[in-house]
Design a protein. Structure first.
Length: 252
């Protein structure tokens, strides 16, 4: 076949036996392909939804108000652009947001934007909803928690919504920390302050080089010293103060 070319991953071209003319056609290039269909994809727990507004009468703060409504409902924006409609020259906004269109938070955000911010029903047009594809390579795939309190649940929920696996261990779980640690890339210890150092000393030696230990704790000096004493030099250690967590996720 002459006069034809394909932009695709090197792995795919090699698998098809095609000759690669040029690699890295653009610095850090990432190409996304869309599959069009009549039906909305079913929720996977790791989805994205795209909208485009109808032509809008622009005003000061309109874009900020729209984005703020997504933020108020706990929805992260993955991509956004704005341009003028060719015919009317009115503002149009393209938005790609984390989550599925059937999620309650997404539905509530869209209703609020249409009725309170834009003031026009059906002004947010759904373009599509699909499983998210990470454009950046992930070197971490799984987290394991020692401790099953509210802080651990809060972090685990957010990690799972980002596509990571989260395993929970504690006094009430069948899975034990000793079994969990070899299965995960990152170990997270989140127990009461009075038990943190002892827990680190008990389980820190089981963490292999090349993995990481995250300490969700309210006291740093003794906790970090204990972690450095019992883990290998190839284990990365991070402390996150437990003031940052569920308590900061509220409307004021």
């Amino acid at each position: 076949m002459r006069n034809h070319a394909v932009i695709a991953t090197a792995q795919l071209l090699d698998a098809l036996g095609l000759h690669i003319i040029e690699r890295e056609v653009a610095p850090h290039n990432r190409t996304r392909y869309a599959v069009l269909g009549r039906d909305i994809a079913q929720p996977t727990g790791y989805d994205a939804t795209t909208f485009i507004t109808g032509p809008l009468d622009d005003r000061v703060g309109l874009l900020v108000d729209i984005l703020g409504e997504f933020s108020r409902h706990g929805i992260n924006i993955l991509d956004m652009s704005s341009e003028n409609d060719v015919k009317s020259q009115k503002l149009q906004i393209y938005i790609e947001a984390e989550g599925h269109v059937e999620d309650r938070a997404m539905q509530e955000a869209v209703v609020c934007i249409e009725e309170r911010i834009i003031g026009q029903r059906n002004s947010m047009r759904l373009l599509g909803c699909f499983p998210r594809v990470d454009m950046r390579p992930k070197y971490i795939g799984s987290f394991g928690f020692i401790g099953t309190g509210a802080m651990s649940d809060w972090f685990a929920d957010r990690l799972e919504h980002e596509g990571y696996q989260a395993l929970m261990t504690g006094r009430s779980t069948e899975l034990r920390p000793e079994e969990m640690i070899p299965q995960v890339d990152v170990v997270v210890i989140c127990v009461p302050i009075s038990f943190t150092a002892d827990t680190v000393r008990q389980y820190g030696p089981l963490i292999e080089d090349g993995k990481a230990l995250i300490l969700l704790a309210g006291e740093s000096e003794t906790t970090i010293e204990s972690a450095l004493e019992v883990t290998g030099s190839g284990v990365e250690i991070m402390l996150i103060h437990n003031l940052w967590g569920p308590g900061c996720n509220h409307e004021g």
